[in-house]
Design a protein around this ligand. Structure first.
Ligand code: ADP
Ligand code: MG
Length: 271
């Protein structure tokens, strides 16, 4: 069974893309079959996996707006994960999809088509790298997802967007994906030496009644260097404490994926 996780937060720079690349590599190390989907027109995920978006003729944009078979676009990467890459053309997809019926379901349909094609060879995990907005692509990602994980930089005011994101999740549950579960917040760029980071984290998890996924990902300079190498930090700096933290998070997510899925509550199920 495939677990599809949307990594979402409409704020930029909170380590969504880093989390997708690192968790993907960590899950692959554990022997899982992993697909990463780049849903940001900036194509940072694609680039960080060693692929120059400018060299690509086909990308996720063609799958979502032109109905191209996803198997024609998926690329194997050096990190042991497969990638549905993005290019800047994806910026147009957002506008193209706005007038389309069923736009919320485009990612879900594409993943279902892929699953049908692959049969027993299908993916254990699909990680969706959302763009920094709550637009069509993020809603389509949430519609396709089993769960949503929210990377959060623990600084003052970082929680201002969380309520809005949770409102979107609530709408998605009501209208397009009753089974969507919030897997929690993942503290990123975490400086555990400050009480401040811990206080902010506690406030956020209390205010919104959110689980905190452990362990927090420490701030380390090595993350900035990894994308240029075209590999995730797990490959470039195996023993780095950030890489190690992502491995532990991946193991915890695997445990979580084996939990029986909770039934959607009545409150969110019937409008
Ligand atoms: P987003 O996808 O949310 O915009 P990114 O993953 O692109 O965020 O990360 C934003 C920046 O922060 C990048 O330059 C990345 O290298 C850096 N970064 C991410 N995680 C860490 C970390 N744990 N320590 C230090 N820098 C990090
Ligand atoms: Mg990003």
């Amino acid at each position: 069974m495939t677990t599809t996780l949307a990594i979402a937060n409409q704020k930029g720079g909170v380590a969504k893309t880093t989390t997708v690349a690192s968790l993907g590599a960590a899950l692959a190390e554990l022997g899982h079959r992993v697909l990463l989907v780049d849903l940001d027109p900036q194509a940072c995920l694609t680039f960080s996996l060693g692929i120059d978006p400018e060299d690509l003729e086909l990308s996720v944009h063609h799958v979502l707006t032109k109905g191209l078979d996803p198997t024609e676009v998926v690329i194997e990467t050096d990190d042991g994960v497969d990638l549905l890459p993005a290019t800047i053309e994806l910026a147009r997809a957002e506008a193209d999809l706005l007038t389309r019926t069923g736009r919320e379901h485009v990612i879900k349909s594409a993943l279902e088509a892929l699953e049908e094609d692959l049969g027993d060879e299908g993916y254990d995990w699909v990680l969706l790298d959302c763009p920094p907005s709550l637009g069509v692509l993020t809603v389509a990602a949430l519609t396709a997802a089993t769960g949503v994980l929210v990377p959060l930089q623990c600084e003052t005011l970082s929680h201002r967007g969380v309520g809005q994101l949770l409102d979107t999740v609530h709408d998605v549950r009501r209208f397009t994906n009753r089974k969507l579960e919030v897997w929690g917040v993942l503290p990123t760029l975490y400086d555990g030496r400050t009480n401040h980071a811990r206080t902010v984290l506690e406030t956020i998890s209390d205010t919104y009644d959110l689980e905190v996924v452990e362990p927090p990902i420490p701030k380390t300079i090595k993350f900035a260097e990894a994308p240029a190498a075209g590999r995730s930090i797990l490959a470039t700096n195996r023993a780095n404490k950030g890489a190690q933290a992502y491995r532990e998070v991946a193991a915890n997510l695997v445990t979580r994926s084996q939990r029986p899925r909770s039934r959607p509550s009545r409150k969110t199920a019937s409008p």
